[in-house]
Design a protein around this ligand. Structure first.
Ligand code: ZN
Ligand code: ZN
Ligand code: FE
Length: 820
């Protein structure tokens, strides 16, 4: 936060009558200051200090004229920032001397629509303590009113249609306040003063319930809630309209219900998010550290991934088994709207709350669309008549070393900007293909969008296009440069090109993994140079191969690939991602251990491999032939694919229902080992690392060095043949990979005179690998940068693209397009 402005004249003496002379100050506050109770706060503060003047919202922020004795003015200015309301994010305060107007009191002036909105629209905030208390207080006039909110809480981003943030510019525009609500709204002393979504059961939105197939709702208000609760308690599935879209809800302790939901949703084995009434309910199933508790209960209220209690014991406390098959974590969150609070309270059990969609479609948020799309999935609908303007999914996070580590940045964070290195010209960064997000920038603010989704259908692409247009309007952003992934065929790349072409703007393609490292640098506020380790699923490389296990040296816009994991062929291309057994066979071939042509099976000593039977029961001869002829078997240096190969070699997963499932199985197996053995000491060499060559990585080397993977394949086989349990081998694999990576990063750092290593890419959602590698690097005296504000997966890509384009603009290597 900056505080700038003219120096105040000091030491003005009291006048002859002993009254202090009246001074005036013009104060401009910018940041997230609208819709967060900032004007009422200013009004209260000024009034308490006996100051006169006014405050108003305008398109640039909050404008204050305040006058009175100098001593009170100074107190006012000090407390303006220090005591700001919880949701306010005051970025800048400019104070100027002004002429006193002789005003008698302090007033709030109505908003003026300016031509250039420049304020930070705030994120949706979970129900605050005061509102929760009133919700459950039988004497309160909003007792059990499911849309209770105040200036400190409630819907924001999801209901704003335009700026400045005032009721007519929200989806509450159609609700006229009753006299009681209006009185609160107009009373500067009330905690609902100018709370834009303010409402009550007399005048505000109301619930409706209908059984699926009924043409009209069967019940409204409290009756609607009661009927939905009855369906849920009976094991039914209810589509519940929330803040940013519809959820599908069912009893998370009822296995039959959860199985039905999975079947109807065509959902693979990906874990479902579960909402629990409070932290105590979460702690019945999971380990909750103080950092986890703070994240769970924060006003952003993400789904938090938590380690289950005693996951490897048969008697571990658990929800219905198909809530989260084969993983050691649960994704849990707390109610974030009054409706959720009432539902959880009345049902009395944790509820699965998963996005209202079929498999990979975007979450439904418009009522008519929700009814048609969710009718085959839900037994009933619990809706309401407050429209959702912006589709927004739940955010997903976990904690790493006591701080939050975002895996999906959406509700609660969007659309707050992330500060990055910045450029004088605006940038549109369209992100990648999977877990798409985009960013639009102004100076050093990157407005990173909510999670858009996988760009695999037109509906999601439309979300991207509409999201960009909405952000442009909301924040008056006019990009002069467009940046996208190097992959020529991504839908995001095509969108970027047509967007740029229509406006005559230049485009910049940024290599996927360079964007990942630029992203973590922007996230950490580090300008480089650093050693960057990008361990990822896949990204298009400029040499035509698929990258994903990369070591770079340099800064955004100026990275040199100094090393990469050795390449593994992917027989069948993308099919190999869904069928990791192909990669296991490929790794055997890579190590020279696959059957010779004409051999009918694996050599006898390899038949004891845990994965042998699974591989041999699949069309392995065909795949081996493809591998040897090189037809449709593109090489990849992807770390994610190496995890897949080893997972399958160990018989953990032959097919993957969702991205990363085989890798997660390998991580889970390793955790099982470490749960009893404990994590290795930082100086403890892994069981089979000694014979892995450390690569030479020196400045000016033309060809990047190769981190061999054949020794890893060999070691897995040797251990398995020796009868080592699978969890121990999985643990050794994690340990060894961390070890060779840390060694390579250390050598690169030494050769280039660097002391910092930045980690990014989807593989670092594996918290075991992250912990082992970070510990290794720190043990070697290196500083480690990890993601915090944006995800390490492709959800963080847009920020890295923007950071790269900004560096190119600043250095003059990229010229901005002309303003329109
Ligand atoms: Zn509140
Ligand atoms: Zn009312
Ligand atoms: Fe990626």
């Amino acid at each position: 936060m900056d505080r700038t402005g003219a120096q105040a004249p000091r030491g003005t003496p009291p006048d002859a009558a002993g009254n202090e002379l009246v001074h005036a100050r013009q104060v401009r506050a910018t940041g997230a200051v609208q819709g967060v109770g900032f004007r009422p706060f200013v009004h209260g503060l000024a009034t308490a200090l006996g100051l006169a003047g006014h405050v108003r919202n305008d398109s640039e922020g909050v404008d204050i004229l305040v006058e009175g004795p100098l001593s009170s003015l100074e107190l006012f200015l000090a407390r303006l920032v220090d005591d700001a309301p919880p949701l306010a994010l005051v970025e800048r305060v400019v104070v100027m001397a002004a002429e006193p107007t002789g005003a008698a009191d302090f007033t709030i002036v109505h908003s003026e629509s300016g031509p250039r909105p420049n304020t930070l629209v705030t994120a949706d905030a979970a129900t605050c303590r005061d509102c929760s208390r009133e919700l459950l207080d039988p004497r309160d006039r909003r007792h059990r009113y499911p849309f209770i909110n105040c200036t400190n809480c409630g819907p924001r981003f999801t209901i704003i249609t335009s700026v400045p943030y005032d009721r007519p510019h929200t989806t509450m525009a159609g609700f006229e306040m009753c006299p009681a609500c209006r009185a609160e709204y107009d009373d500067p002393g009330d905690r609902r003063f100018h709370a834009q979504p303010n409402a009550c059961s007399e005048c505000g939105p109301r619930l409706s319930f209908r059984a699926t197939g009924d043409p009209v709702p069967a019940a409204y208000g409290g009756d609607a809630l009661a009927q939905a609760v009855a369906v849920l308690r009976d094991g039914g599935i209810v589509a519940v309209k929330g803040l940013g879209g519809y959820h599908l809800a069912c009893d998370a302790t009822n296995e039959a219900s959860v199985q039905t939901l999975r079947r109807r949703k065509h959902r693979d084995e990906r874990p479902f998010a579960v909402m629990a009434a409070g932290v105590d309910d979460v702690a019945r199933y999971c380990v909750v550290t103080p950092a986890d508790e703070a994240l769970l209960a924060s006003s952003r209220r993400p789904v938090v991934l938590l380690e289950r209690l005693a996951p490897f014991l048969d008697a571990s406390p658990h929800l219905a088994p198909t809530v989260a098959p084969d993983v050691t974590t649960y994704g849990l969150f707390l109610p974030y709207t009054p409706l959720h609070q009432l539902l959880l309270h009345d049902v009395g059990r944790p509820l699965v709350m998963t996005s209202g969609n079929v498999s990979d479609e975007p979450i439904a948020f418009r009522d008519d669309d929700a009814h048609s799309r969710l009718t085959p999935l839900a037994d009933a609908f619990l809706g309401h008549d407050r429209p959702i303007h912006m589709r927004t999914d739940d955010s997903v996070a976990r904690t790493f070393r006591g701080e939050h580590y975002l895996l999906r940045r959406a509700r609660g964070w969007a659309p707050l900007p992330v500060t990055f290195s910045g450029a004088d010209h605006g940038i549109l960064a369209v992100g990648g293909h999977l877990k798409n997000t985009f960013a639009l920038t102004r100076r050093d603010h990157a407005f990173v969008s909510h999670h858009i989704g996988d760009l695999e259908n037109l509906e999601t692409l439309r979300s991207l296009e509409q999201g960009v247009a909405h952000f442009q309007r909301l924040f008056a952003l006019d990009p002069r440069v467009v940046t996208h992934d190097l992959h020529p065929d991504y839908l995001s790349t095509r969108f970027a090109r047509s967007f740029a072409e229509e406006r005559g703007l230049p485009t910049v393609a940024v290599q996927h993994h360079e964007a990942h490292i630029a992203s973590v640098l922007a996230d950490a506020g580090h300008s480089g140079p650093v050693v960057g380790v990008a361990f990822d699923g896949a990204g298009y490389g400029p040499d035509g191969t698929i990258w994903g296990g990369e070591l770079f040296v340099g800064s955004p816009g100026n990275f040199e690939r100094v090393a990469h994991l050795d390449r593994l062929a992917m027989p069948g291309g993308e099919t190999a991602v869904r069928e990791p057994w192909r990669l296991a066979l490929s790794l055997l071939e890579h190590c020279g251990m696959a059957p010779e042509p004409g051999q009918e099976t694996l050599p006898p000593h390899l038949q004891v491999l845990p994965g042998a039977a699974g591989i041999l029961s699949r069309p392995w001869r065909l795949v081996l032939r493809a591998l040897r002829s090189g037809v449709n078997a593109p090489p990849t240096s992807s770390a994610g694919r190496l995890f897949d190969a080893v997972s399958s070699l160990l018989g953990l997963r032959y097919e993957a229902g969702y991205e990363g499932q085989a890798a997660i199985a390998l991580e889970t197996a390793a955790r099982r080992h470490y749960a009893s053995a404990g994590l290795p000491e930082p100086d403890e060499a892994p069981g089979w690392i000694v014979h892995l060559a450390e690569p030479p990585v020196s400045p000016g080397t033309v060809t990047p060095s190769v981190l061999p993977i054949a020794p890893i394949g060999h070691a897995v086989v040797v251990d398995a043949v020796a009868g080592l349990p699978t969890p121990a081998i999985a643990a050794r694999f994690h340990h060894a990979l961390a070890w060779i990576t840390a060694a390579a990063a250390e050598r690169a750092a030494t050769a280039h005179g660097l002391d910092t290593v930045a980690l990014s890419g989807g593989v670092f959602q594996n918290m075991l690998l992250l912990e082992l590698l970070a510990t290794q690097l720190e043990y070697r005296g290196l500083r480690v940068l990890v993601h915090r504000k944006v995800p390490t997966n492709d959800g963080g890509l847009c920020l890295g693209q923007a950071e790269t384009a900004a560096a190119l603009l600043r250095s003059g290597r990229l010229a901005p397009g002309a303003p329109r």
